[in-house]
Design a binder for this molecule. Structure first.
Ligand code: BGC
Length: 410
């Protein structure tokens, strides 16, 4: 047999050996797609073909609804993006493949942060694979617009409001906001931290304690949110967070507030960060690390058995892959043994701030996307906050009453 024939057989053999796995996720923006390509390549180079099932809508609310519907119909994807306490809820239903052997092989008990272990490990062992650690209390600043206004970067909300008012009166969009419930809730949780501090935030927004929700501190945070809503008439083409980032990158907005997926987006657009667009802790949240964490769950089905799950998970637990994925995504690794010296300066700062916040007990989960509270309560709270933001007639008392009702039925 000549060389060409041998080569043809070799290629055909490799091709038929490729297994197909389906991944349900909400990584649909430019930066997220770039990170997804890293994941795709990692599997592809190891004879696994990825069929992505993207569900539009950052924050994952729509993706979670689709995931539930597919699980009920007995047609789950092979694996899915997931966050927080819902991991254990999915595990309790009994349709997840555990990833315990992968965890042992990669020594997760030793190399993961305790909070990562706590989220991804149930009584049945590790039931999810952690991938990213995102910081949410970031203020992204367009330096050339701020310079045009001749203003320093605000460190308090008082300063933040005055520079936004100045921007508005100078014809500059002060804050690019994607008008969706989870994004408005994200503004609100930052205001709650600034108004009451992390302990108060945890009591009110994570533990959902009625006496903390029904408080002057929360009323004050809502007042600030109202003030923000009056300042930001939506000047965007649509309500997506990445459209807001495009406005920020194109000098059409002074600030954007939100998670470091914004960094991934800016880097994918070739924007230089932090010189062109800078990253700063949101006002009055210095020392605080508001986080969420993307994990992956592997779902049992006729087309995806335990062996396939373990092979796939093993590749995605790989140290090199996890390092490369987070570098592109804008986040920081969940493994403590990854060197991030070559990451973007905002990621390096995020990493240092995370470690300090852990020491000082100032690392807190974000409530905007099922990281802190269960998805049903979280979506209900987000939509109450969103309604308040949109409907200027609604009073603080109404929202507080509704959030308490949600907390009590939780
Ligand atoms: C996820 C990120 C994602 C962001 C925006 C968050 O819930 O954790 O990975 O980039 O939503 O889509």
């Amino acid at each position: 047999m000549n060389k060409l024939a041998l080569l043809t057989i070799a290629i055909a053999t490799t091709h038929t050996a490729q297994a197909d796995v389906e991944f349900l996720h909400w990584w649909t923006s430019q930066g997220e797609q770039k990170a997804l390509t890293v994941l795709k390549q990692q599997l592809n180079e190891n004879q696994i073909t990825l069929s992505p099932s993207p569900v539009l809508g950052g924050g994952g609310d729509s993706a979670m609804t689709v995931l539930q519907a597919r699980a009920i119909a007995g047609n789950p994807p092979s694996f899915a993006q997931i966050e927080g306490p819902s991991i254990k809820a999915w595990d309790a239903i009994g349709i997840l493949h555990d990833v315990d052997s992968v965890a042992k092989k990669h020594q997760w008990d030793e190399i993961l942060y305790p909070l990562t272990i706590q989220i991804n490990k149930s009584d049945n062992g590790y039931v999810a694979l952690p991938l990213t650690l995102h910081r949410l209390n970031w203020l992204w600043v367009n330096h050339s617009l701020l310079q045009q206004l001749n203003q320093p970067v605000p460190t308090t909300w008082h300063e933040m409001f005055s520079v936004m008012e100045l921007a508005k009166s100078s014809g500059i969009n002060p804050l690019a906001v994607g008008e969706q419930p989870w994004q408005i809730a994200q503004l609100f949780e930052n205001l709650v931290i600034a108004t009451g501090g992390v302990e108060f935030y945890s009591r009110a927004m994570v533990d959902l304690k009625s006496d903390s929700i029904n408080s002057d501190t929360l009323r004050q945070a809502l007042k600030q949110l109202r003030r923000l809503s009056l300042l930001t008439d939506n000047q965007l083409d649509d309500d997506k967070w990445d459209t807001a980032t495009t406005a920020l990158a194109n000098n059409q907005a002074l600030f954007q507030l939100g998670g470091d997926w914004i960094l991934g987006e800016l880097m994918a657009k070739g924007i230089s960060v932090p010189s062109q667009i800078g990253c700063y802790p949101t006002p009055e949240s210095d020392g605080v690390f508001l986080y969420n964490m993307d994990s992956l769950i592997f779902m049992a089905s006729k087309s995806f058995n335990a062996q396939q799950a373990s092979t796939t998970a093993n590749l995605l637990a790989d140290k090199q892959f996890q390092a490369q994925f987070n570098l592109v995504k804008g986040s920081i690794p969940v493994r403590m043994d990854i060197d991030i010296n070559h990451y973007n300066p905002c990621q390096i700062q995020s990493y240092q701030d995370f470690k300090q916040a852990l020491d000082k007990k100032k690392a807190v989960p974000s409530m905007i996307d099922s990281m802190a509270v269960n998805p049903v309560a979280q979506q209900a709270i987000n939509s109450e906050i969103f309604r308040f933001y949109r409907n200027k007639q609604l009073t603080e008392e109404t929202v507080i009453k509704r959030i308490i009702a949600i907390a009590e039925s939780n």
